[in-house]
Design a protein around this ligand. Structure first.
Ligand code: FMN
Length: 186
């Protein structure tokens, strides 16, 4: 698959089969992630691979409660409230794997670096026939002492990109992309 096919074909996948993801495949995806550029080549990322569904359920419950308690009122909050109040909704869509990319050193551009690694990982997953989705719902909770203790993350690490992975059960239609707003200067 060429890079343009990967960039335009990747979708956020929210329905997975129960098939496990091969460990060597996970390693290949992490290897793709770490090829990303990083400021001053600091490579401030660490990868936590979670396959324990009990842990994922606990994070999901904690993250939903945390979001409901802290979410500012405003756009989409009504939709989010009803989703987050649904006891049957698991924020990870029962995916077999969550890879959390965290910033683990005091770089000034840690968030940007980890996000670039995340995009590499998602594109590589698509090229390998896997689905992925960034789960922003988990982010803030994972940065609390309670969230960190569930994964044994050191207090100084910053969870940036929780990415679920698995074999897609269904693939959604492409989303609409707004035309780019371009200002040419010169
Ligand atoms: C920072 C970030 C946070 C996101 N958080 C969630 C999330 O919590 N749950 C979810 O289902 N999708 C989440 N998504 C996926 C977006 O909804 C998705 O990327 C967007 O609708 C575009 O669809 P596509 O990825 O298929 O192109 C997130 C994406 C990003 C980049």
């Amino acid at each position: 698959m060429n890079i343009n096919e990967a960039i335009s074909g990747r979708r956020s996948i929210r329905e997975y089969t129960t098939q496990a993801v091969d460990e060597q495949l996970i390693q290949r995806l992490i290897n793709a992630a770490i090829q990303a550029p990083s400021a001053v080549n600091q490579q401030p990322w660490t990868f936590t691979v979670i396959r324990d569904q009990g842990v994922l359920d606990r994070i999901s419950r904690g993250a939903k409660a945390h979001m409901l308690a802290t979410m500012p009122a405003g756009t989409q909050s009504e939709h989010f409230h009803s989703v987050l109040n649904d006891a049957d909704f698991q924020i990870f869509y029962q995916a077999p794997v969550l890879i959390l990319i965290s910033g683990s050193s005091q770089g000034q551009w840690m968030v940007e670096d980890c996000a670039l690694a995340a995009e590499n990982l998602m594109l590589a997953a698509y090229a390998e026939g896997l689905g992925s989705c960034w789960i922003g719902f988990a982010q803030r909770f994972l940065d609390t002492p309670e969230g960190k203790s569930l994964l044994g993350l050191p207090a100084e690490w910053l969870p940036v990109a929780p990415i679920i992975l698995g074999h897609p059960k269904s693939v959604p239609a492409p989303v609409q992309h707004n035309p780019a707003q371009i200002r040419w200067i010169g």
